[in-house]
Write a protein that binds this ligand. Structure first.
Ligand SMILES: C[S@@+](CC[C@H](N)C(=O)[O-])C[C@H]1O[C@@H](n2cnc3c(N)ncnc32)[C@H](O)[C@@H]1O
Length: 397
């Protein structure tokens, strides 16, 4: 393991990357960009019954994506990556001369892999980073090349990029050699599933295994929509069950998602961040809730993840928050999946607590890792009651 920088790592878009996209606005038709964002946004956020929208074949589509969706993907991919690096202590050990290899499948204009490269630098990785970016859109790959070039003296220093125009449905045909440390597939798996009835995400992700190096990881990010998030989790469960991969996230146990047993809920992240000004500007007439990022993800490793904490017992004491912390009459209520792989319901009585303290607890986001130093099982079905707010600790958010 490498020595890591454990200060909270910022996930905002570097200003120079924002400027790269915002510069195009000087010559583009602002209203046309806005209306294209509207179309894309509807296509990305509603259930995909009519298939998906393609932004890659026109320049205006790429620009709309770059200004509005690129920064969000940049951030969405960093939440899990930061957690895996900082909390789960992941980074394959490399000698100084070995480049860190990233494969980005369905890379589009490169938001996921460029963000990952930037995050790895923040975490202290000094090795050369080589990105292999694959997509069937030549135009998107060209934009990615230009973006890397523009940041090659700063954020993407010591990073190289190989782009490849390729159909991904039958990928990887010839990659049998362990090569990559990190394989990313961001908001593309659902497009593959939607485009071919026989597409099997389990087989497709299992086929990537031989191309992962020892200690390597596959990170798949998908929309938070019920159908896509549940399908992603079911796919991950299958791969973990048949021992193809081990779970590195979102859960703290190496087993199936307990939320798939019921129909009502599904696991997804809901995170706040500060969007860049250009995104806020474009959003003035669109009215999207841009300061909230909703997505689902799975992180699959060749090796099993280290124990969350050697002294934490398996059970409800440590959990991933899977609901908002909601205020009821006289208490706060939430649910989480514990290190034992079960859903637990928690309550904290608010009598004697200050309003500001209650409000602050309500701001804790879905996906946050929590630890409780004292719990009492009450009622039937059981709830875990916290004696007071001081027994709640945020482990990672
Ligand atoms: C929603 S975009 C996501 C882009 C990028 N990964 C991101 O997160 O910003 C989906 C990408 O997958 C690519 N894609 C979809 N189906 C594909 C296929 N069958 N073969 C290759 N690329 C595909 C599209 O061209 C597009 O760039």
């Amino acid at each position: 393991m490498q020595a890591l920088n454990l200060k909270p790592m910022p996930i905002t878009l570097p200003p120079e990357v924002e400027v790269f996209w915002a510069n195009f606005l000087k010559t583009a038709d602002f209203e046309k960009v806005e209306s294209t964002i509207q179309v894309l946004s509807d296509g990305f956020t509603k259930e995909r019954s009519q298939g998906f929208v393609d932004y890659t074949d026109t320049q205006i589509g790429q620009l709309a994506y770059g200004l509005f969706f690129f920064p969000r993907t940049w951030a969405m991919c960093r939440f899990p990556l930061n957690e895996i690096i900082q909390f789960r202590r992941w980074l394959p050990a490399l000698d100084a001369k070995t480049p860190f290899q990233i494969l980005d499948l369905g890379c589009g204009t490169g938001a996921a892999s460029l963000s990952a490269a930037h995050g790895l630098r923040q975490a202290g990785l000094s090795n050369q980073i080589e990105i292999h970016a694959v997509d069937h859109s030549r135009g998107a790959l060209k934009q990615m090349e230009a973006l890397l070039e523009a940041g090659s003296n700063q954020h993407f220093a010591n990073c190289s990029l190989k782009t490849e125009v390729r159909e991904l449905l039958n990928f990887p045909p010839q990659l049998k050699q362990a090569h990559y440390h990190l394989i990313l597939c961001s908001f593309a798996l659902n497009e593959l599933s939607a485009s071919q009835r026989e597409f099997d995400p389990v087989k497709w992700l299992a086929n990537l295994k031989p191309s992962l190096r020892e200690g390597g990881l596959v990170l798949v990010i998908e929309p938070a929509l019920r159908a896509t998030a549940r399908q992603l989790q079911a796919t991950a469960d299958h791969l973990i069950h048949e021992n193809t991969y081990h779970n590195w996230g979102p859960y703290l146990h190496d087993g199936p998602c307990p939320m798939l047993k019921g129909e009502r809920f599904w696991n997804h992240e809901c995170r706040r961040w500060t969007p860049p000004n250009s995104l806020e500007l474009l959003n003035r007439k669109l009215w999207r809730s841009v300061s909230e990022l909703k997505f689902s993800y799975t992180a699959l490793g060749l090796n099993s993840a280290p124990a969350v904490h050697p002294s934490f017992p398996k059970g409800p004491q440590t959990c991933r928050l899977t609901s908002p912390i909601s205020q009821k009459k006289g208490f706060l209520l939430w649910s989480g999946v514990g290190t034992d792989g079960a859903v637990h319901v928690y309550e904290l009585q608010t009598r004697g607590m200050k309003k500001a303290e209650i409000k602050n607890l309500g701001k804790i986001e879905r996906g946050t890792l929590l630890n409780f130093s004292a719990l009492q099982a009450i009622g039937d079905p059981p709830r875990q009651r916290l004696p007071d707010a001081n027994t709640l600790k945020i482990l990672h958010q």
